[in-house]
Design a protein around this ligand. Structure first.
Ligand code: MSP
Length: 640
């Protein structure tokens, strides 16, 4: 058994519902966890929610809820999302858990006793969005680079953590520990930051300003700064200081974060650990940002991508594959639905899907669906190169997965898929099948192709577990996890000749690009609580939108799409719409209702159904309310 593997995601703030960015990090962690399980390593995978602080208090207020009720509600949204994305974390931590609070108190007290925390008056520039003080140097045009708002000058007495005591130690640690922060660009970023003297960290907030936090054990008038509280989740979740899990997993901790929180993880966290005499984590793995149409995802722009919607439309495995394959871990990536569709069509439907169905169909056509026996004499003289190709692929795959270069790991697998497809073209089994004398060669080709599929199916498992299971079933293999062990994959000729295999299935249907014309990416989060107004348009712009009254004639749930309903409406002519309101309206209550639709929106195919128009609704964080009229009018009446 190799060294254990402990992987963490950031614990997400509960001031917003989960989006594509959160899904990406958590899927990456799931992929890494599944890969290490394949390597027969003991794995612990942690995720959770960050629930204290000013941001949360403000978000709760906006919804008219107490912080306690609010954090329960949003934390649950995260908890519910992960199984939908087939994310199998070992534990979900919340910073409001009493066991976490006890660890925070203990560490604070220890560092205080040691003399690394002191009390002082401070005047500084404070960004309420980030919940931290900024130095002039960090601001861009006097504004917070993240929130683009001017920080406020705040003067108050607070507790400070003497980070400066540990600056030289940290520089040495980063320089002397290979890959401590990776990829290298982020290590360099942290080292560049450490070139200037490190300011001490303000780790308290007076209760007169903020009550929602962990009270300092040495001063009841203050709560703990949210980052000092949050970072400790990585050890409190393991039962620090003497939990079995802590002893086993902490020495091999690997954090995954995006570049936005490099500083707390690359600077505050190792220094906190050092000051508290706790061993330092092993690696900090930093990825870039998903942008949409080249800009940051944001509620005010209205371009926040909802992972569940994409999963419902394109299927979970395709969605997971796209995220892992399209982002070079460490760099920013631009999300577009078109790129997603292209990936599905080329890599999944074409390369993998076609290969799978070609090989299985040939096995049925030429060998009645039975794995053929390879004649040892033919095998010797008839080199296909698939075995050596597979060994090379597994080696590259392992190396890249270990190094958190997931896109490269998949690229290696797809190179092998290419080699397999080429083998079919070169050996032309349909020609071999014509002559009785080449029957043995045909058997060797088909057997080796089936073996190649077995390897591919193992290697795609961390990213696409359901597709791997389907492939495995169609190769006549059982459902044991051991099948995925990397050591099993390294042995060629594991498929037993004589095994009957089921007929092929379509793994990934091609998406018709002519039907797929609109963006379905936006997670609408506007509503009464949201005052963000979109940019001004002219009346001519507005007149381009054809709003009509429509009467719902029929409504039904779309199978396998929890949120979607298929509606038939009358607006002078009959139309079919697909609407994401299934969690808010039952089909029965919709029939007969008059709704408002955008009648001239380009049609889009959702779950295989062509949606010809879009209904209007008020959407806030918790509810969807259909826009209706206060008296009945003729179907098709325009709105102006
Ligand atoms: N609560 C802190 C983390 C504390 S960890 C001890 C926090 N929360 S957050 O909700 O803002 O989550 C930030 C993280 O979400 C990023 O580091 C990244 O993992 C993920 N992402 C959020 N938006 C993202 C993108 N647009 N793209 C990629 N990942 C992003 O910070």
């Amino acid at each position: 058994m190799s060294r254990p593997f402990y992987v963490t995601t950031p614990i997400y703030y509960v001031n917003a519902r989960p989006h594509l960015g959160h899904a990406y990090t958590t899927i990456v962690a799931d992929v890494a966890a599944r890969f290490h399980t394949m390597c027969q390593t003991d794995v612990f995978f942690l995720t959770g929610t960050d629930e204290h602080g000013d941001k949360v208090v403000r978000a709760a207020k906006k919804e008219g809820l107490s912080p306690r009720v609010y954090v329960d509600k949003i934390s649950q949204l995260f908890r519910d999302l992960w199984p939908e994305l087939q994310i199998e974390h070992s534990y979900f931590i919340r910073t409001t858990d009493p066991s976490h609070i006890a660890v925070v108190e203990q560490i604070l007290q220890r560092i205080y006793n040691k003399g690394d925390i002191y009390f002082s008056e401070y005047e500084g520039l404070y960004c309420f969005g980030c919940e931290r003080f900024y130095t002039e140097r960090e601001l861009v045009d006097h504004k917070c680079p993240d929130h683009e708002t001017e920080p406020e000058v705040i003067k108050e007495s607070n507790y400070f953590f003497k980070m400066s005591n540990y600056q030289d130690w940290l520089i040495d640690h980063i320089r002397n520990t290979p890959d401590f922060i990776r990829p290298e660009r982020y290590k360099n970023e942290v080292l560049a930051f450490l070139r200037d003297p490190l300011e001490d960290l303000c780790i308290s907030r007076p209760k007169s300003r903020l009550k929602w936090g962990i009270t300092l054990p040495f001063d009841k008038d203050y709560v703990t700064y949210v980052w000092f509280d949050a970072l400790l989740n990585y050890i409190s979740a393991l039962g620090y200081p003497d939990g079995e899990l802590y002893n086993k997993f902490w020495p091999s901790a690997q954090h995954i974060v995006a570049k936005d929180i490099l500083k707390p993880h690359g600077i505050y966290w190792p220094i906190m650990l050092k000051a508290a005499d706790i061993p330092i984590y092993q690696h900090l793995n930093v990825h870039g940002y998903w942008n949409v149409d080249q800009s940051k995802m944001s509620k005010s722009i209205g371009n926040v991508v909802d992972p569940l919607q994409l999963k419902n439309i394109y299927g979970l495995d395709a969605f997971r594959f796209f995220l892992i394959r399209d982002m070079t871990f460490g760099l920013d990536s631009n999300f577009s639905e078109l790129a997603l569709v292209h990936r599905i069509n080329s890599d999944l439907a074409n390369d993998l899907g076609n290969l799978f169905s070609r090989v299985l169909s040939m096995t049925h056509k030429y060998f009645d669906g039975v794995v053929p026996q390879v004649d040892p004499d033919v095998a010797k003289g008839f080199k296909l190169g698939l075995e050596s190709g597979a060994i090379r692929t597994i080696r590259d795959f392992e190396r890249s997965m270990d190094a958190f270069e997931f896109h490269k790991a998949l690229a290696a697998v797809w190179e092998f898929i290419g080699q397999m497809n080429k083998t079919i073209d070169v050996t032309a089994p349909w020609v071999l099948a014509k002559k009785k004398s080449s029957r043995k060669q045909l058997a060797a080709v088909i057997y080796n192709l089936l073996e190649g599929l077995r390897i591919i199916c193992g290697l795609i498992y961390p990213v696409m577990p359901s597709t791997a299971a389907t492939m495995r079933k169609h190769l006549g293999l059982d459902d044991k996890t051991a099948f995925y062990h990397i050591n099993q994959l390294k042995h060629w000729k594991r498929l037993a000749p004589g095994t009957k295999i089921p007929k092929s299935v379509i793994l990934f249907p091609r998406i018709d690009l002519t039907q797929k014309t609109t963006d379905v990416q936006t997670q609408t989060e506007t509503g009464p609580a949201n005052s963000d107004i979109k940019p001004e348009i002219t009346i001519a712009d507005f007149n381009k939108i054809d709003l009509r009254v429509a009467t719902v004639i029929r409504a039904e749930q779309i199978p396998r799409a929890k949120k979607l309903l298929k509606l038939e409406v009358d607006l002078g002519q009959k139309r079919t719409l697909v609407a994401g309101i299934a969690e808010n309206y039952s089909p029965e209550e919709l029939v007969g209702k008059q709704i408002i639709i955008v009648a001239n929106l380009k049609p889009a195919k959702l779950m295989g159904i062509l949606s010809n128009g879009m209904l209007l609704a008020a959407v806030d964080q918790s509810d969807v309310t259909l826009a209706t009229l206060d008296k009945s009018v003729d179907p098709g009446t325009p709105l102006k």
